[in-house]
Design a protein around this ligand. Structure first.
Ligand SMILES: [Zn+2]
Length: 413
């Protein structure tokens, strides 16, 4: 009882008409558990900022008045040890010209990551292997991993997978919100095109296995997911996805998919983009203003640079005029609870999607990551379990992927 008093204060809450006893962890306890865990965010679109003028990764930004969700001072505030920076390429034309443009854009983003890491090399360092995070953390620095969101820049050239690997990419999200040459997306308005992973996509996955690049199934259609786990010789990840049972969005994973993922030995990294966490409540004024902007600008990915800038300004102004009703940290941990119940504690992690739309009430930027730890403690998760959620599971999968790669390279068929 005495021990319990030191670590937790108990409280009674009423939820859903029932009375629950919850543990209220002290700030000291939260800090201690969070410090001990290796904390990794497996998906951020922060490099989008690297390409903009007037943005400094080394400076503090206030998320209440500015749009950016990640910078080095706030990573320190949130005690985030490792971050996956996404090389995100929006889907556009799938012809030679489009593929070439996508490749060039990807190379430009890799370049911007490299220059930012060089500029702040006293604070952050590129990590290429799972174990790198331990040595980087020991130096008092943050680890930056690179993931590619969308396999579109590969075009039809498998050799580009070697190029992207050399530049540091350690996962590739097979597709984004539209179908590409690799597989069908969960959200393409035209519906399925290949019926899952294409023949070319199969070659892409095999090459990724060979190189030791994690196969990321976030955004892919259900059929593409089942194909990917069947084709991949290594466990897969969903770098930023949620549970469909709690929020019915095609972008989220069904319980059957969660069970298949657990069987595959993979991991789903909980996305904290509000609309995927909790079905948005209707906000008629906000909704019609959004529709009007979409109508005015048309397809975002076909816009010129200046029109995209204009679109973003209008989009963010709308957030000020009609603030969104966001999901909460408690809603996020409801998903984690569900995934743990269905797939087990070894198959869940965290991938915020910060700077790509991610952010909920209570964890709206990287400085607030500890609030997730607090909620996990409140729900009774122990240090060992929290370690797994915050990075242990992802590092295990990453290690497995490298092991499979090593054996494929040593024993070519
Ligand atoms: Zn995404």
């Amino acid at each position: 009882m005495k021990k319990l008093k030191i670590l937790f204060l108990s409280a009674l809450i009423i939820a859903g008409g029932k009375l629950y006893a919850v543990k209220v962890p002290s700030a000291k306890k939260i800090q201690k558990v969070h410090d001990k865990a290796i904390t990794i965010d497996s998906h951020t679109d922060t490099p989008m900022w690297f390409l903009r003028d007037n943005y400094s990764f080394g400076e503090y930004h206030n998320s209440k008045t500015e749009r950016s969700k990640v910078d080095l001072p706030r990573m320190e505030m949130g005690d985030l040890d490792g971050i996956f920076l996404a090389v995100f390429i929006g889907q556009a034309e799938r012809d030679e010209k489009g593929n070439l443009a996508a490749k060039d854009e990807a190379l430009q983003i890799f370049d911007s990551i490299e220059s930012n890491l060089r500029r702040y090399s006293d604070k952050i360092e590129l990590a290429l292997n799972p174990e790198d995070i331990y040595s980087i953390r020991q130096k008092g620095k943050r680890a930056a991993f690179i993931g590619m969101e969308n396999g579109y820049p590969i075009g039809k050239e498998l050799s580009l997978i070697d190029t992207f690997y050399e530049l540091g990419a350690r996962y590739i999200t097979l597709c984004h919100s539209s179908n590409n040459d690799i597989c069908d997306s969960s959200t393409d308005k035209k519906g399925p095109e290949h019926g899952g992973v294409s023949d070319f996509g199969k070659e892409v996955i095999e090459k990724m296995n060979y190189k030791g690049i994690m196969v990321d199934v976030s955004h892919v259609s259900d059929s593409s997911f089942y194909d990917a786990i069947r084709i991949s010789k290594a466990p897969v990840i969903a770098s930023h996805s949620c549970a469909r049972a709690l929020c019915d969005n095609p972008r989220n994973m069904t319980d059957d998919m969660l069970r298949a993922l657990a069987k595959n030995g993979g991991v789903i990294q909980m996305c904290i983009l509000s609309a995927y966490v909790k079905t948005p409540v209707p906000q008629p004024e906000r909704d019609s203003a959004r529709t009007a902007i979409r109508k005015q600008f048309g397809d975002y990915y076909s816009l010129s640079d200046s029109a995209r800038k204009e679109f973003m300004n209008a989009w963010f102004k709308l957030d000020e005029d009609f603030p969104p009703v966001l999901a909460t940290v408690s809603d996020v941990v409801d998903h984690i609870d569900h995934i743990v119940a269905v797939a087990g504690i070894d198959h869940v992690g965290i991938g915020t999607d910060f700077d790509g739309g991610g952010g909920v009430e209570g964890c709206n930027d990287v400085s607030e990551m500890k609030n997730i730890t607090a909620e996990l403690l409140r729900r009774g998760y122990n240090q060992k379990e929290i370690d797994k959620i915050w990075g242990g599971n992802l590092l295990r999968v990453f290690g497995e992927v490298q092991k499979v790669s090593k054996s494929l390279q040593e024993n070519p068929m």
